[in-house]
Design a protein around this ligand. Sequence first.
Ligand SMILES: Nc1ncnc2c1ncn2[C@@H]1O[C@H](COP(=O)(O)OP(=O)(O)OP(=O)(O)O)[C@@H](O)[C@H]1O
Ligand SMILES: [Mg+2]
Length: 588
Amino acid sequence: MKLFNNFRFALFFSFIGIVVISFAILISIAVPRLKTIEVSRESEALSQQLFLSANDFSRVLARPKELQGLSLEYANILGNRITVVDLNGRVLADSQVKAAGLENHRDRPEIIEAREKGLGKAIRYSATLRKELIYVAVPIKKDGQKIGFLRFAVPLNYATNVFRLYKSVWLALFISVIVAVISSAWLARSFANPISRLSDVAKRIAAGKFENRFFRRSRYEVGELERAMERMSQYLRITFDKLSAKKSQIGAVLSSLNEGVLAVDREGNVILANPVIEKILGVTEPEIKGKTIREVVRNNEITELITKALRTGERVREEIQVFHPFEGIFDAHAGPVLNEENIVIGVVCVLHDMTDLRKLEKIRSEFVANVSHELKTPLTVIRTNVENLLGGALNDPAHNAEFVKKIDKHARNLSVLIDDILELSRLEAKKELGPFTRINMEEIMIKAIETIAEKARQKEIGIVTQCPGEPVIINGIEDHLYRAILNLLENAVNYSDPKAQISISCRREADRVKIMIADTGVGIAEHHLPRIFERFYRTDVARSRELGGTGLGLAIVKHVINLHNGTIEVKSVEGKGSTFILTLPIVT
Ligand SMILES: Nc1ncnc2c1ncn2[C@@H]1O[C@H](COP(=O)(O)OP(=O)(O)OP(=O)(O)O)[C@@H](O)[C@H]1O
Ligand SMILES: [Mg+2]
């Protein structure tokens, strides 16, 4: 079957078919024509013989024996069947059959025609001779009067001629077929080769292989087709290159966006999803492409936003919340895509992550609330004491000093609180922080210990230090690092009972230094540990406040350490003591 699907074979067999059909037509026209020619030639010859012989028969017509003899004689010479009939159709003599046994010949068409026109012809199958015969009859006349009919009959032997014709036709057909086979094979090749080349090229183009030159040049229309195809291939290649460049540009833009982008068509089927939206929705582009948003987007707010934009053809915007696969708040825009006729053909939805911003806003507002609260306490105390003084206590030498001391203490607390807040905001904004310089960590530690020494001595707390002996240099802001260490030492003193022990040590570990401040104080309950670096977080608010603490100390320390690319962690057992461990990169 494959063979006949091949163009070359189809062409080849078509040529052969044409040759054979031509011969069939030739034969079907020529054979009947041949019969007509044969009949007219034969009847012509017979009628001439008849006219010549009729006279001889008129002379012996009345004498049956002589008539029979003459009939046989003529039949021998001419090779015809000869029949003589009288005017009534009765057979008087016949060269092949006994005349007496023959039926009346009056109604034979050739006899009727001979009677009427002087010459009658007929072709008939003779049951007697089992052959198709041609009969020709003429009247026998005597003195111008018809006295009977003479009929000659010969077998119509055109079949022999036809057979001869067939023989030559077969020969001609055979020769023609051979010629046709050779020439059609050659023709088929010369027609089919360019076409199969064209088909190969079309297949290559379909597979996306756009070469610049495909062809050996052919002639005629095929050549034109080849050139057109070559131009088409070049044009396609250019267009394809442009398109794929554009596609990769768009792809690059979409994947570098911080926003999630989801595009759908008019029916709400996904046509594009960038990596960010894949993360937000917890899906991948290939698995959702072509599916409807209702099927693949689990978030109702997003699907409704897109559906609304599709329905109304207007831009819609909403802040939405996503819970799966992770929690987040997004500013979602869904904008319709219109065609030239201003008909909506799809929607592009862009999700802008607002999670951090909203978190920050929340932290800020909490911070403001906390600050106000923290400011209120000392201010209330100050106001109450001022009111007391103004209310008469000023002139009471036994108590007025006490009121003024309280005012002084809380005013100091207030000032410390404001200093801490300012420092924290400078650290957060990373502004006005002072220069980074080479700092010897041991010197800082000694300076901080000296500052805290008096306080520790008052509580009979001993401070031991342990350092490697060689200088540990880090790149940092001296003042901040000093205050961070001091803060941790202060905490250790503040949250330890008298006679406790504090140790501060530093140790080099590869390119880092590890500073540990350990105390044997009250410790921190496990559930507080994760939160103690938060602003204003205190495990015991009353104690901290009594000690003049703001609850910002550790938050500031953490910021300072982060600023120096370090880490801080805490280990503590309630009632046993706490250890704060700082790790900072050193300058080698
Ligand atoms: N060494 C420690 N032992 C036990 N608890 C501690 C220790 N260090 C800190 N804490 C707890 O962590 C809380 C937060 O400490 P932080 O230094 O931030 O604030 P503060 O000491 O209360 O005030 P300040 O801002 O003056 O330092 C403290 O209130 C205290 O409850
Ligand atoms: Mg503190």
